[in-house]
Design a binder for this molecule. Structure first.
Ligand SMILES: Nc1ncnc2c1ncn2[C@@H]1O[C@H](COP(=O)(O)OP(=O)(O)O)[C@@H](O)[C@H]1O
Ligand SMILES: [Mg+2]
Length: 241
């Protein structure tokens, strides 16, 4: 059975598609894809299909298989039963209208990644998604701070972490920093694993390898109760009062 990882936040522009594509790419690249076979499937349930456009531009270099599935709830309800892949990463729509699609995939999820930008004032949509949609389904979820620009200093990052701690939202240690490389990747038809081998690209790529380690490490902690550390909220919506 595949592990299903859902990337969700009903606010648009927070990095769902960026995170889905690059996380799927590093996991596929690391777990050993061959030209014929890959252990990873990427799925987009977003009718806006930005992941489809990106995947199409990457073409044969895409390290994972891809399906656009926004109009087929029957397929979505069977994601967990897919045996051909070890991991499935699911991109979801950034709007309230598409909530039934989101709920369908959340019911299939082993874990949920909620990207937020380090702007505390922009948090209410993320908190709403967590409290109203993700937590009631009872899947483990964690917040991911994405698009932090170190040149802006630590203040916003610290305020974001403080807010998340106050809310008792489980949060990834990894922060995905802002890089022009990420912003251009979709248009240029590349994923992090195709970035050049210079220092900046290595740093940009490193964030996604760290995230992958946390995501896949979280799966181990879920099957071994008592060893979860602070990695994963295993209770339904732990910390959400
Ligand atoms: N870490 C990042 N560094 C640079 N640009 C980013 C980063 N994350 C997202 N972006 C850019 O922000 C915009 C919104 O990201 P996207 O992944 O499309 O969000 P969503 O899928 O949540 O709507 C895109 O232009 C994307 O390239
Ligand atoms: Mg998107």
């Amino acid at each position: 059975m595949a592990h299903v990882h859902v990337i969700a936040n009903q606010k648009g522009g927070v990095g769902k598609t960026t995170v889905t594509v690059n996380l799927a790419a590093v996991v596929a690249d690391t777990l050993g894809r061959t030209p014929e076979e890959t252990p990873v499937l990427g799925v987009s349930t977003d009718p806006q299909a930005s992941m489809l456009e990106w995947a199409t531009r990457v073409g044969d270099e895409l390290p994972f298989d891809f399906e656009q599935c926004d109009d087929n709830p029957r397929v979505l309800s069977k994601l967990r039963a897919i045996t051909r892949y070890a991991h499935i990463f699911v991109d979801t729509p950034g709007s309230l209208e598409n909530q039934p699609i989101l709920e369908e995939v959340l019911r299939q999820a082993d874990d949920v990644i909620v990207p937020v930008e380090p702007e505390p004032l922009a948090f209410s949509p993320a908190a709403r998604t967590i409290q109203k949609v993700i937590a009631p389904i009872g899947v483990p979820w964690r917040v991911l701070i994405n698009n932090w620009d170190p040149r802006d200093g630590e203040t916003d990052l610290k305020q974001t972490r403080d807010y998340l701690a106050l809310k008792r939202f489980p949060t990834f240690n990894t922060v995905i920093r802002r890089y022009k490389l990420h912003a251009r990747a979709a248009a240029e038809g590349v994923t992090v694993v195709q970035y050049p081998k210079n220092r900046v690209a290595l740093e940009a790529r490193q964030d996604f390898f760290k995230l992958a380690l946390e995501v896949l490490g979280g799966l181990t902690s879920q099957v071994k109760p008592g060893h979860s550390g602070n990695a994963v909220s295993t209770g339904p919506g732990a910390g959400v009062a």
